[in-house]
Design a protein around this ligand. Structure first.
Ligand SMILES: Cc1ncc(COP(=O)(O)O)c(C=O)c1O
Length: 358
């Protein structure tokens, strides 16, 4: 039986990437030693980091005005590291509260400057179903922070706010899933473990002119400039993570790049949402126009069907397709690496469920 991994992250990776990564663990570049056992300063390994950066720059169209670094600590550390590096204690930054992760970013940012939450889409029941449609940016704000895709609730900014300040985005769950104009952003950060590779490596894309201007000392390891000046090799980098990330980027190149991926992602999500809307036994959980192309959340109309559909899906090889505990129901995370056949399997299960329980 085929297994379909709908995990929200760490998440499905392209099969060919996993095979190459496994081969590299056994023998890296025919050296007789595996990539896990290899010095990051060796001639064998060192080019991988520069290669991954070059691939990402080309795929995303990142200009020389920006630095690209690979760091540790996950997106959660970026919630603090972004304001620590670019927001002085007297300055204002605007934030949008569109979900659990956005909320956590706000909490950390408040440690570093004056934070205005200019939009909050939290519902009275504690969930989030929408993306703000109008924003009034604070005059003089240093940046506007958004979470481009809200992994837990399944909403996504389909159009980025058109504002005069640089955008800062947590793109953990939709980086490289669609074409983005990087020039609108001051900082883009993303934990790799959804669309880019394994956990343990975080991508940061930062406009260089924003750095070196804050009114506080920054610990060496948390200063972006440390990692920029040392090509992400100031200390031992997350070497295996960057190795796999490079393989994922290579796979993206071989599969038509980000524009081709975006087209596939749109088609996959449309197919699944169409079934959610057609099938009388299920319903979506968020505003239709704000639905995420990455995390498709839905619930059974009849609560008693929760356990029954979980059982059916499990019998069909679906893994980790239950919704986040704060939403319930189901969440199919359908990142870049999820083939259309995985969507077909989910749609088929929903249709068969309707036949037996409708
Ligand atoms: C949108 C978003 N931001 C941040 C995080 C937290 O990332 P990390 O676990 O890498 O700190 C996640 C994790 O799922 C996420 O989906």
């Amino acid at each position: 039986m085929t297994t379909w991994n709908f995990s929200s992250g760490p998440a499905i990776l392209p099969r060919s990437v996993v095979e190459k990564a496994a081969a590299g663990v056994l023998d890296f570049k025919e050296s007789g030693i595996g990539v896990l056992e290899c010095s990051h300063r060796s001639k064998r390994y060192e080019p991988v980091v520069a290669q991954a950066e070059a691939r990402l720059r080309k795929l995303m169209g990142i200009s020389e005005e920006y630095a690209v670094i690979f760091v540790q600590g996950g997106a959660s550390l970026q919630f603090a590291q972004v304001p620590m590096n670019i927001l002085s204690s007297t300055e204002v930054a605007d934030y949008t509260d569109t979900g659990t992760w956005a909320n956590k970013a706000i909490k950390e940012a408040k440690l570093f400057g004056k934070i205005n939450v200019i939009a909050n889409t939290k519902e009275t029941d504690g969930t989030y179903k929408s993306i703000p449609k109008t924003l009034n940016v604070t005059p003089g704000a240093k940046y506007l922070h958004i979470t481009s895709n809200n992994t837990i609730f399944g909403t996504q900014w389909h159009e980025f706010p058109n504002v005069d300040v640089p955008l800062v985005s947590d793109m953990s769950s939709d980086i490289c899933s669609r074409v983005v104009d990087v020039n609108k952003f001051g900082v883009i950060y993303a934990g790799a473990q959804k669309n880019l590779g394994p956990s343990g490596v975080t991508v940061v894309i930062v406009r260089k002119d924003l750095l070196g201007k804050v009114d506080r000392p920054i610990p060496t390891m948390l200063d972006y400039r440390t990692h920029i000046d040392n090509g992400s090799m100031f200390n031992t980098p997350p070497a295996f993570g960057i190795f796999v990330l490079d393989l994922v980027l290579q796979w993206l190149e071989e599969n038509g790049g980000i524009a081709a991926m975006e087209a596939k992602n749109k088609a996959k999500a449309a197919k699944l949402y169409a079934e959610i809307d057609r099938n009388p036994l299920f319903k979506g959980t968020v505003n239709v126009e704000d639905r995420s192309l990455m995390n498709v959340c839905f619930v059974p109309v009849n609560k008693d069907h929760d356990a029954l559909f979980l059982k059916l899906g499990t019998e069909r090889g679906f893994v980790d397709f239950n919704g986040h505990r704060s939403v319930g129901g189901f969440r199919a995370s359908i990142y870049n690496a999820m083939p259309e056949a995985g969507i077909d399997a989910m749609v088929q299960a929903m249709q068969d469920f309707e036949k037996t329980h409708g």
